[in-house]
Design a protein around this ligand. Structure first.
Ligand code: GH3
Ligand code: MG
Ligand code: MG
Length: 415
């Protein structure tokens, strides 16, 4: 029959095996310190179980105090591991589960009563499970369904363990057993733990797949989407907007005289300009569109809109804001500029190839117009957007025509 010692031994085998597997993972790549934390967590829980199992063969202080504190420190290491995995700050509160235990040890009524100690241990472990659930749900990571299921299972485990102990311990104490550990508490602990491990593995695998996928669609220098990301975002946008009267707009940006910036101030300075353009453009486009690095110093902005003229306005906002940026390099200050080409299509008819070709034609027009300009492609004509940040003759026949054309685009959108 299942006795406390056998149960503890089996439990420690389970946790020590997991600890060894995680230690091997850590040795494979020692920069992944969360693996070491998880490994330490399982090792401490395993050690705690062995020491409890050795009750009577080793000094009581070790089989009671060292064992319980070790097992509860396991939770602290698991919480630390989760925080590290998500690059979050590790603070002193991770030590709460063992600290609660230590605090109660100053109360002789608890310290000297084995039943009270077993219940206290389960309550502290419950706090640990609860904290793990909290860390999972307050993550900046995408809160997936599996993550929610795991957090829920941890909360169930937190209450189930403590509740089982509270029910079983007084009953077994009355029966005169020395160590009040029975099959129900062991089963709740071990079975729950195994289920938790299975959900955790699923969540970690899903999260790492998601991270890898994000890497494949992200530009490494600027952190924006890359071309592959554009294709995926465009396809998703198109199917989401199918059947609506919405438009998809694309703005193609190209930094002006970028080669000169590289030549005069160095490649690193050029890189900084690209990073700053993306950071600035992402803030301006936030909620309206996504920024994409097309390659080199060329960027895209994919926009969903019900009014195509808003895309030209967005392009102008990004262009003007960028022209106000001050870059200091080699003790000299300069303000880079960008040209923009805009093209819009009704979502149902939108084709990425067409959008890229047309916005490129508009961009070519913007370069031809002297750069630091926005040009909209409408059918087979380029419309130069009248710049509000420079003196342009309002009586200029050309400017009038452009305003009329922009109004026409807005009108088409309203139909
Ligand atoms: P234009 O106004 O006509 O666009 O002129 P430009 O100098 O910007 O265009 P050009 O195509 O002649 O030069 C682009 C330069 O961008 C050439 C290339 O060395 C540089 N470049 C491409 N990718 C990167 C990058 O990742 N970092 C840096 N610093 N430079 C890059
Ligand atoms: Mg350029
Ligand atoms: Mg270029």
């Amino acid at each position: 029959m299942f006795d406390a010692k056998t149960g503890m031994l089996l439990w420690s085998m389970e946790t020590l095996t997991l600890s060894a597997v995680l230690a091997v993972l850590w040795l494979h790549n020692t920069s992944k310190r969360h693996h070491l934390c998880f490994s330490m967590g399982f090792a401490l829980v395993g050690l705690g179980a062995i020491l409890v199992g050795l009750r009577g063969l080793i000094p009581d202080f070790i089989s009671i105090q060292v064992a319980n504190i070790s097992a509860l420190m396991g939770f602290s290491f698991w919480i630390m591991g989760l925080l590290m995995l998500e690059s979050r700050k590790v603070e002193g509160w991770v030590a709460i589960p063992p600290l609660v235990w230590i605090a109660f040890m100053f109360l002789p009524a608890v310290r000297d009563n084995i039943g009270a100690r077993v219940i206290l241990h389960h309550v502290c472990a419950g706090i640990g499970y609860f904290m793990l659930a909290g860390v999972l749900m307050t993550s900046r990571e995408y809160i997936s369904k599996t993550r929610k299921v795991l957090a829920g299972a941890l909360v169930v485990q937190a209450f189930a363990g403590a509740a089982a102990a509270c029910i079983v311990v007084p009953y077994t104490m009355a029966s005169g057993r020395i160590v009040p550990l029975t099959l129900p508490t062991a089963v709740v602990g071990a079975l729950g733990f195994t289920i938790l491990m299975m959900i955790s593995v699923k969540m970690f695998m899903e999260d790492s797949e998601r991270r890898l996928h994000k890497l494949t669609i992200t530009d490494h220098l600027t952190g924006t989407l890359n071309r592959r990301g554009l294709i995926q975002t465009f396809d998703a946008l198109k199917s989401r907007l199918a059947g609506t009267s919405k438009h998809i707009g694309f703005i193609l940006f190209d930094v002006d005289h970028f080669k000169k910036i590289n030549d005069e101030y160095g490649h690193q300075c050029g890189d900084d300009v690209l990073i700053r353009f993306c950071a600035q453009a992402s803030v301006i486009a936030d909620g309206q569109g996504a920024i994409i690095r097309m390659g080199g110093e060329e960027f895209g902005c994919l926009v969903e809109t019900d009014d195509p003229s808003k895309v030209a306005i967005l392009a102008e906002a990004i262009r003007i804001q960028f022209s106000r940026m001050e870059v200091v390099a080699d003790g000299k200050q300069f303000s880079p500029t960008v040209s923009a080409g805009v093209f819009c299509q009704i979502a149902a008819e939108a084709e990425l190839d067409t959008m890229l070709t047309m916005s490129d034609r508009a961009l070519y027009g913007a370069k031809k117009e002297g750069r630091n300009r926005t040009v909209v492609r409408e059918g087979s004509i380029n419309i130069v957007v009248p710049a509000t940040d420079r003196d342009e003759d309002p009586c200029d026949n050309n400017a009038d025509r452009q305003v009329a054309a922009l109004t026409r685009i807005a009108h088409i959108a309203k139909r």
